[in-house]
Design a protein around this ligand. Structure first.
Ligand code: SAH
Length: 363
């Protein structure tokens, strides 16, 4: 692997240090940061406002790009899935989800995932690697350039969700550093208020996240209100059970800003966790911890051949939702996007195929 620095993963202050090592003044560091993150240029040669000598020295020391796009799939609904690989060949997947009001990019924090959630296809990969700061940030740059052209304006800003492959809170430091870089006003300028991170329930990191001054929104994957079932669906529950998780959620609730809520995600598995009794149990659990500033996102299960689960019927999803609502809990059904190209929740498994109709085509 290259000994070079991946410049895309350097914070502005680190870039100032690098510039100093090269005998360059501070303003050069800002110029380079803007070129990489705001103008989204992909090679030092393209930064034509830098002296040629400096460009050459930078290219000797550092890389802008460490990810290669190997395939791109476009869904009938406009969702795009990018399959990329790191310099060491590990798969990275990123999903672009267009919508009328605001586009969303779903990024990955790990290659594969160490958690063994029974209903999730990514779990079948196991953990391949933690993504570096630069590999996290570069995913977003690649997607924006593909959709809007290099440096092109994003028409109505972009939301980010850390809901791709991997468990973000098991790569906490890199995640937080990447978010800081992406929030910088000289760069992508995607502020924490436009970012949501989803965790399967790494309790100590929920505590830590709650204390961050400028933190993104939080979603917690729950999928069952009963320890026995959650142990099976999400084995991480054996490490931190519902009591520990809900206590952390309660503490997190105390850190919410005015008008902010947080989310519990609940994957709807037909005949497994979608009965009227399951809904009532969930409402009771929230009650027990007096969680009031929370909403439930119901996610109909996205199937795949290797997964033993079926999605709940639309009727059971509706029933579940209305039981929650009748108990005063806000619940929403997440519409699946990009199922036809294996881009939907829980379908990211580095598959180099789509389900038939989708347009393929690499770079
Ligand atoms: N590891 C983190 C981030 C992944 S987010 C987490 O678990 O929260 C992905 C979301 O999709 C999680 O809420 C997960 O429970 C859900 N999910 C996983 N597999 C799914 C599937 N096959 N269908 C629908 N949702 C799924």
């Amino acid at each position: 692997m290259s000994e070079k620095i991946h410049i895309t993963g350097l914070k502005p202050a680190e870039l100032v240090e690098l510039a100093a090592e090269l005998g360059e003044p501070r303003y050069r560091a800002i110029q380079i940061f803007k070129a990489v993150h705001e103008r989204r240029l992909r090679s030092f040669d393209d930064i034509t406002d830098l002296p040629k000598k400096l460009r050459e020295r930078l290219a000797d020391t550092a890389d802008i790009s460490r990810l290669t796009v190997t395939s791109r799939y476009i869904s009938n609904d406009g969702t795009r899935r990018y399959l990329m690989k790191t310099a060491s060949g590990n798969p990275v997947e990123t999903v672009f989800i267009p919508s009328e009001s605001r586009d969303t990019i779903c990024f990955s924090s790990q290659s594969g995932c160490p958690l063994k959630c029974d209903f999730c296809l990514t779990a079948k990969l196991g953990l391949l690697s933690n993504l570096t700061v630069g590999e996290i940030v570069e995913q977003i740059i690649i997607v924006l350039n593909d959709v809007y052209g290099v440096g092109g304006e994003t028409p109505h800003g972009t939301n980010l969700v850390g809901m791709g492959a991997g468990e973000p809170f098991l790569n906490f430091e890199n995640l937080i550093a990447a978010l800081e870089i992406m929030a910088d006003e000289n760069g992508l300028f995607i502020v924490p208020n436009r970012v949501t991170i989803s965790t399967a329930g790494i309790v100590p990191k929920i505590h830590e996240f709650a204390k961050l001054e400028n933190r993104p929104h939080l979603a917690i994957s729950l999928s069952s209100a009963r320890n026995e079932l959650r142990d099976k669906l999400m084995p991480i529950n054996k490490r931190w059970n519902l009591d520990e998780l809900l206590s952390a959620a309660k503490e997190f609730e105390g850190s919410l800003r005015r008008g902010e809520r947080f989310t519990f995600e609940y994957v709807m598995l037909g005949g497994v966790n979608d009965s009227a009794a399951d809904a009532a149990e969930l409402a009771r659990l929230l009650d027990r911890y007096q969680l009031s500033r929370v909403k439930i996102n119901l996610i109909p299960h996205n199937g795949a051949e290797k997964l033993d689960y079926n999605s709940s019927t639309p009727e059971s999803v509706e029933r579940f939702k209305s039981i929650l609502e009748s108990r005063g809990v806000s619940a929403y059904v997440r519409q699946p996007r990009g199922r036809d190209i294996y881009a939907a929740c829980g379908q990211l498994a580095a598959m180099d195929e789509a389900r038939g109709t989708a347009a393929g085509g690499g770079e």
